[in-house]
Design a protein around this ligand. Structure first.
Ligand code: ATP
Ligand code: MG
Length: 440
């Protein structure tokens, strides 16, 4: 099914995009291209976001100049990518991405490669019309022209944006098969923009969801960060659940949520995501390690219970559950070790909040992951009030000066503490702690 291509030009007085809302650097790039006789448009997410009154975080430009021609126009330009060659024009910390119009058709040159219906290389240049129809959603295929400040629409995207609708360009099933990550993009953009997903675009998702498990794990990691750390985590999560994508992206968490009859784990997860959204709204930092600790906590709890039911000793079971959940998740999502290690620490520290022995308390307070682990403990209150006393104790402990706190706590000199006191193990623990992140 080839989409209908008919140009509709929306003149400046019929759309709200004003130059003052566009990055001055993006404008500079557009003007320079135009002055050199090339076509230059602002395109993609930036045009879409500006139309709905949002503030784009990056501004992409599309042009008929080749990457090499772009490089000749800008001293501050780098060419990047092999699978998808692009020019980056660098202005301090801002990068304007300049892409040459691409076509969807295979010209046999090997510049465009498909594998099992999937696009793995895409360097065939084309016209602006070609460029428009190879984009994913109609709302993402609008072009803002610098010469007359109009918006050019080849696929009905302007109307769809007005109707707050997300619609795939072309045949939805074929477009998802070409690139299954588009299913996640549909859910993510609908959540971010408050758009609804048009029926024919929504229909294949649950059916084709399993294709996602073959997507590149590194790309899925990036998409997860965008889904959950952009301020719309709760809506994204609900969308993933509704369209059957959660079970592919986070299979063990989905299974654990399904078997948790009380709904406590889901409540905690949603509460945690709502907290993340609040932090993003307040411009506070959010960490991937904490996010994954939250997303995989149901899976971890389930694995832990299974191991304990088999009679594995508590501490050993925790370590093994953490490792197992991490390892299984790596089958679909490439979670880098710099995030999985602190994620596991957040989990493993949870059992240490029950200990009131002076030395242990002081040590836990100065642990580099204390704050994250404590925030996580607080979050667990939304699943169960079991730890309310611990939360109160540690909240108080942080408020006191170390001297006052140390004085108020019992020192259990020479006595065994709750964590067991086999001398050999103690020594081992201490050694581990001197290393970088605990390898558990
Ligand atoms: P945001 O930046 O808000 O996450 P975006 O739409 O700008 O959303 P990008 O990943 O920055 O997303 O992509 C820029 C543009 O490239 C999109 O608007 C779309 O036109 C096109 N695009 C991105 N990913 C795909 C894809 N998988 N298939 C087809 N076109 C895509
Ligand atoms: Mg973008």
């Amino acid at each position: 099914m080839t989409p209908n291509i008919a140009l509709r030009t929306i003149p400046r007085d019929q759309h709200p995009i004003s130059r003052k809302d566009i990055s001055p650097n993006a404008l500079r790039v557009l003007y320079r291209l135009r002055d050199a006789g090339f076509a230059g448009y602002l395109v993609g997410g930036a045009v879409r976001d500006l139309l709905v009154g949002g503030h784009p975080k990056d501004f992409d430009v599309a042009t008929d100049a080749t990457p090499e021609q772009v490089k000749q126009l800008f001293r501050n330009c780098r060419l990047i990518g092999r699978r998808f060659r692009l020019a980056h024009v660098v202005f301090g910390s801002e990068i304007i991405e300049v892409a040459t119009f691409r076509a969807n058709s295979d010209d046999g040159s090997g510049d465009r490669e498909m594998e099992n219906g999937r696009l793995v290389r895409d360097n065939v240049y084309g016209t602006v019309e070609d460029d428009a129809i190879r984009r994913d959603f109609t709302a993402n295929a609008l072009y803002y022209a610098i010469e007359d400040f109009s918006v050019r629409d080849y696929v009905g995207g302007f109307e769809d944006v007005q109707a707050r609708t997300l619609r795939l360009i072309g045949d939805p099933e074929q477009r998802y098969r070409e690139d299954p990550v588009r299913m996640l993009r549909a859910v993510r953009l609908a959540a971010k923009l408050g758009f609804s997903i048009e029926a024919a675009t929504a229909e294949p998702i649950a059916r084709l969801a399993p294709l996602l498990s073959d997507a590149a794990p590194a790309r899925l990691f990036e998409e997860i960060l965008k889904l959950f750390l952009s301020g719309h985590a709760v809506a994204s999560f609900e969308g993933l659940e509704r369209f059957g994508l959660l079970g592919v992206l986070l299979p063990e968490t989905a299974a654990a949520l399904a078997s948790n009859r009380s709904g406590a784990l889901r409540r905690m997860l949603v509460e945690g995501l709502a907290g993340t959204d609040r932090r993003v709204a307040n411009d506070e930092p959010v960490s991937p390690a904490f996010l994954f600790a939250l997303l995989l906590w149901p899976a971890y709890c389930r694995a832990l219970m299974a191991l304990q039911a088999q009679g594995v000793h508590a501490e050993e079971a925790q370590r093994r559950a953490a490792d197992r959940v991490t390892l299984h998740q790596l089958n679909t999502v490439a979670l880098p070790r710099r995030f999985s290690l602190p994620m596991q620490e957040i989990w493993l520290l949870q059992t240490r909040f029950g200990n009131r022995q002076r030395k242990r308390v002081m040590r836990l307070l100065s642990h580099p992951r204390f704050r994250a682990a404590f925030d996580f403990l607080v979050l667990r209150l939304s699943a169960s009030s079991e730890h309310a006393e611990d939360v109160a104790f540690w909240r108080e402990a942080q408020a006191q000066s170390p001297e006052v706190l140390a004085h108020s706590l019992v020192s259990v000199a020479g006595a065994t503490d709750e964590e067991g006191a086999a001398p050999g193990r103690r020594r081992r623990r201490r050694r581990r702690r001197t290393g970088a992140a605990s390898p558990e």
